[in-house]
Design a protein around this ligand. Structure first.
Ligand SMILES: Nc1ncnc2c1ncn2[C@@H]1O[C@H](COP(=O)(O)OP(=O)(O)OP(=O)(O)O)[C@@H](O)[C@H]1O
Length: 252
């Protein structure tokens, strides 16, 4: 299996002098093409920091993060921004959208801003994606006129518009009720089945249990890992039991 991301001994701290705090403490991890990975751990254990380091959204103090063989630390900001824009998609707990633009414009704006010539193609692609995630009829709606789940679907369309190799999700279902959360997970799982790798940060055992590999973090280190077959909808209770047992064992 081809590796798309290789992280070697990454260290990251925040603060200076006596206030300095090591948040990533020599983390090494590899992500394969098309893999579905989640990160769990107590609050403050470094999950989001790891995801931002892995995606090149934040710098690291030492170690190495390679994306498809390119060392992210040695790239110029423009090269890094190009990789993030074309090869990676990002979904956050609360999608940041502009209030004065409708749903469609919010989805296409970042891509059109970077790539003016293909505005028509980008709009066509956005409409296909909106249809696929079930918000095809909402394109003219203002972002205040849709539900949290519908807004998150729009966030997923925006993340997918460049056909990224990997989607990073920082608690993408964290602000949703459990039904909407599972629907969003159905969409993310489908995207993954079609070949896009996914890396999620989550506190929710039911979300993590749907992924193929769970990285458990404590105090800036990956302390344990759990692997499952790709989720096919049938054995969620058994998977959840294993995840919660591991969380208890680790004191999470
Ligand atoms: N920009 C920053 N400046 C200073 N400290 C930070 C910064 N970002 C994160 N931290 C600190 O680093 C530690 C790890 O934060 P991080 O957000 O990675 O944790 P997490 O495991 O994702 O937590 P949570 O589950 O609560 O979101 C925390 O103590 C946090 O306060």
């Amino acid at each position: 299996m081809k590796k798309i991301i290789i992280c070697e001994h990454i260290e990251k701290s925040f603060g200076e002098g006596n206030e300095k705090r090591n948040v990533l403490d020599g983390v090494s991890v590899e992500i394969n093409e098309g893999e579905f990975v989640s990160i769990m751990g107590p609050s403050g254990s470094g999950k989001s920091t790891l995801m931002y380091a892995v995606s090149g959204m934040d710098s690291i103090d030492s170690g190495k993060v390679s994306f498809e063989g390119k060392n992210l630390s040695t790239l110029r900001e423009k090269e890094l921004a190009d990789i993030r824009r074309t090869e990676m998609g990002f979904v956050f707990q609360q999608p940041t959208m502009l209030k004065n633009l409708n749903i469609l414009d919010n989805i296409i704006l970042p891509s059109i801003r970077d790539n003016r010539k293909s505005a028509t193609k980008i709009t066509e692609k956005a409409r296909v994606l909106m249809e696929k995630v079930g918000i095809g009829e909402l394109e003219k709606r203002d972002i205040t006129q849709v539900s949290g789940g519908q807004l998150q679907r729009a966030g997923i369309c925006r993340a997918l518009i460049s056909n990224p190799k990997i989607i990073f999700g920082d608690e993408p279902t964290g602000a949703l009720n459990s039904k909407s959360a599972q629907e969003i997970m159905d969409i993310i799982s489908e995207i993954n089945t079609e070949g896009t790798a996914v890396m999620l940060v989550t506190h929710d055992a039911k979300i993590a249990a749907r992924t193929e590999r769970i990285l458990f973090m404590c105090d800036g280190k990956i302390v344990s890992e759990m692997r499952f077959k790709k989720y096919n909808g049938s054995d969620i209770d058994d998977r959840m039991k294993k995840v919660t047992a591991k969380m208890r064992e680790l004191g999470i």
